[in-house]
Design a protein. Structure first.
Length: 53
């Protein structure tokens, strides 16, 4: 029973790490980081929004 409860905990942690990597960090990142994220996504709508923020 205890062993079965350990795997789910790790799976939940892995999902959290993947989510944080997919989405940009909440704290304000430097302009270089924002430009790199924008270039990787290359969305026209994200560029003006990121500059405004």
């Amino acid at each position: 029973m205890e062993r079965a409860s350990t795997p789910p905990a790790q799976a939940r942690r892995s999902t959290r790490s993947t989510r944080s990597t997919a989405r940009p960090p909440s704290p304000p990142t430097p302009a270089a980081d924002t430009r790199r994220i924008v270039s990787s996504l290359s969305p026209i709508h994200f560029i003006p929004i990121s500059i405004t923020k």
